[in-house]
Write a protein that binds this ligand. Structure first.
Ligand SMILES: [Zn+2]
Length: 240
């Protein structure tokens, strides 16, 4: 804890299919605000772990030109941008494809604010790939830099961890199982600064382990998992 809280302005780009606001892929402002609220809950006040990352996310209050937009109740909704993706990169049938492609670049270009000032979050009706969200690491070029979420993982109860996980990647965090190549193979762990997730207080573990098929890399983790509470193991880590 150093009690310095960083606040990152977020702009959501809702890439819809032409529906009115609040219908199907053109999700409501309330759903967006719920997603942002859930994200802040994970970063500032995790009841399971008592953690505080000291990073907050706020809805952008000004656009790149310094202007603001308000809804009928005088709420500042500048950080919620809406654009029709129909006709771009086969968006109707594909959604956004996972992995940098012409489809992704074209869709993100429909609405994209400078990554030096904003976290861009594109909300799409579908991601072509078996994920609910994906993100770039900070080194990415600004034509793609940011987070992509499916509408079903945006402000929907039970799916809030997708946004938290992707925000971790956006902030340069790897998976806790980084370097593992199989269910029962531990990643290298000689130097915690370069192996695993490169964060020294994360214990190494194989990918996709769950409480029921826990394969520990350290004896003490095994004991912790089966004979005590889960508080110190990776099961509760959003980057698992
Ligand atoms: Zn991930």
């Amino acid at each position: 804890m150093n009690n310095a809280v960083y606040t990152i302005p977020v702009v959501f780009h809702i890439i819809h299919l032409g529906e009115p606001v609040g219908v199907s892929s053109n999700i409501s402002n309330a759903q967006i605000l719920q997603a942002l609220n859930d994200l802040n809950s994970d970063f500032r006040d995790n009841p399971m772990l008592g953690n505080d990352v000291e990073i907050e996310f706020c809805l952008a209050q000004r656009d790149p030109e310094g202007n603001s937009q308000f809804d009928g109740n005088n709420n500042n909704i500048t950080g919620i941008q809406r654009v029709n993706g129909t006709g771009t990169g086969n968006y109707e049938s594909l959604g956004m494809t996972l992995g940098v492609s012409s489809n992704e670049i074209a869709l993100k270009a429909l609405s994209n604010w400078p990554n030096t000032d904003y976290l861009n979050v594109w909300v799409v009706h579908n991601i072509a790939g078996s994920v609910l969200g994906f993100a770039t690491f900070p080194v990415a070029d600004d034509s793609v830099d940011g987070i992509v979420l499916e509408i079903g993982a945006t402000g929907i109860s039970g799916f809030s961890k997708v946004f938290s996980h992707e925000a971790g990647h956006f902030l340069n965090l790897y998976h806790t199982f980084q370097g593992s190549t199989s269910y029962n193979i531990c990643p290298s762990n000689v130097d915690c600064h370069v192996h695993g997730d490169m964060v020294c207080d994360t214990r190494p573990h194989p990918y996709q382990n769950e409480p029921m098929n826990w394969f520990p890399c350290n004896e003490s983790d095994y004991l912790n998992c089966y004979m005590s509470v889960y508080t110190n193991n990776v099961v509760e880590n959003h980057m698992n």
